[in-house]
Design a binder for this molecule. Structure first.
Ligand SMILES: [Zn+2]
Length: 449
């Protein structure tokens, strides 16, 4: 850098030289003195140059500075115009008016939201080549293909792998993804390999599940139970047993048609998570009754500390359940998308679209951001993500709120119209720009050569 600058400014040294052809004509008598003077001045100027250059470099202590955005950081109770500075992949400073000269790169986020990167609580990303299944199969999708373009920097896989298949999931997918992938592991040892194979109670080991969680504490965040069509409670109890042993929550999915919703909620502990909360299909009893009232035992479960995730997916979100729930105190704790091959092109689309649905159901913007960030981190017991705390990893979403005429579709093909919509402008993962919708970080093209 210094050498490059020195090469750019040779006049600092060369300007002291007289034109050779004038030397003996104009200054014949003082040759010895002037050479010494010139040498001294040259040394001083060179030193000055290095001092100024190094001061300039030192002043640029940040790699990236996001200025003038509306920073919403629920963990730190921030919702105001602030600047966010990043250095070496971490949040270095969040403050008002951080000078642009202190950063190598500056992004103007005027009119935009600047929030922690979003956490998608429910996805299926153990993608592989096996046909007709989710685990290591084509029913799952690649996290990086979907995450950053909707502001998501962390996805949680919902039990696509079990303790037997988790090592392959880790080495083939998790370790190779830019998106941070956390996982609930399935109580079924092989994970989501389809019925009836995934229903073999003999392959539901609480011990092996707990041991695997303890072996990968940075990645595995809980135990998933779902996709069991028997009436025997052994799978559910084994999931709880593994959760107790490893001290992690259980994540209750759907496709448990013989278990009543009330029994499931009664068995769940505070901090356990139920997903597909606003589903309206025969195999999952609805949370609201025929009169549109949220059932009292559901509100009791919420009071007890059970956490309700959206888990939209292809079938898991209905306005007929979600709207009365929102109005009657059963707002979702998190916005899990249940992203997979069959939901990605449905009414779900991506997590940002689910957030836009809630925006048009009149949930306040800070409440939406809280559910997409700090609520999710807390329910996963992961204080290292979901905030803009100084010193934490720089996972950031820069979001615009577009206005216009929009339509939002639920799992039943019902639509609500809306006038606002979130769009992901810029996503930063560990300090690196991984999505830039409109070139916020790019320099304007100059046609002059
Ligand atoms: Zn799912």
């Amino acid at each position: 850098m210094r050498l490059a600058l020195f090469a750019l400014f040779p006049p600092l040294g060369l300007c002291l030289h007289r034109p050779k052809h004038t030397m003996n004509i104009l200054w014949p008598a003082r040759t010895q003195t002037t050479e010494m003077e010139k040498a001294s001045v040259r040394v001083v100027l060179t030193m000055l140059f290095f001092i100024i250059t190094s001061l300039g470099l030192k002043a640029q202590q940040y790699d990236l500075l996001i200025k003038n955005g509306r920073v919403i950081d629920p963990k730190n109770k921030i919702d105001t115009k602030m600047d966010v500075a990043i250095a070496e992949g971490k949040i270095s400073k969040v403050a008002k008016d951080i000078p642009a000269t202190q950063s190598k790169k500056v992004i103007d986020a005027t009119g935009l939201l600047v929030t922690p990167g979003f956490i998608d609580m429910h996805s299926h990303v153990f993608v592989g080549s096996n046909p007709d299944i989710f685990a290591d199969g084509i029913y799952s999708v690649s996290a990086d293909d979907f995450s950053f373009k909707s502001g998501v920097t962390t996805v949680v896989d919902a039990g696509t792998s079990g303790w037997r298949s988790f090592p392959a999931f880790k080495s083939n997918v998790i370790d190779k993804s830019q998106t941070r992938i956390l996982a609930f592991i399935n109580i079924a040892g092989a994970g989501m390999i389809g019925n009836p194979d995934q229903e073999d109670v003999n392959d539901m080991s609480a011990q092996m599940t707990a041991l695997t969680i303890q072996k990968y504490p940075d990645i595995i965040v809980g135990v998933k139970i779902g996709h069991y069509e028997g009436s025997d409670w052994t799978p559910f109890d084994r999931a709880l047993e593994a959760g107790n042993m490893a001290k992690v929550p259980i994540f209750v999915e759907c496709h448990l048609p013989k278990y009543s919703l009330e029994d499931q909620l009664n068995k769940m502990r505070p901090g356990d998570i139920i997903t597909h909360s606003y589903e309206k299909i025969t195999e999952r009893e609805s949370v609201v009754d025929d009169q549109g009232k949220v059932k009292p035992f559901v509100l009791d479960a919420k009071k007890k500390g059970v956490l309700f995730d959206v888990g939209h997916g292809g079938f898991g979100f209905w306005f007929s359940e979600a709207l009365p729930s929102l109005q009657q105190g059963l707002a979702p704790n998190t916005f899990g998308s249940d992203l997979h091959r069959f939901s990605m092109n449905s009414g779900m689309k991506n997590m940002l679209n689910i957030m836009s649905k809630y925006l048009n159901m009149n949930m306040e913007v800070p409440d939406i951001i809280q559910r997409a960030t700090w609520n999710a981190a807390q329910s996963l017991k992961r204080n290292d993500v979901g905030s803009l705390t100084e010193g934490s990893v720089a996972d950031i979403a820069v979001i615009s709120i577009l206005t216009g005429n929009y339509g939002f579709i639920d799992a039943g093909g019902n639509k609500i119209n809306g006038s606002r919509k979130f769009e992901s402008e810029l996503t930063i993962r560990a300090g690196k720009i991984v999505w830039d919708m409109n070139g916020l970080s790019a320099q304007t093209f100059n046609s002059k050569r």
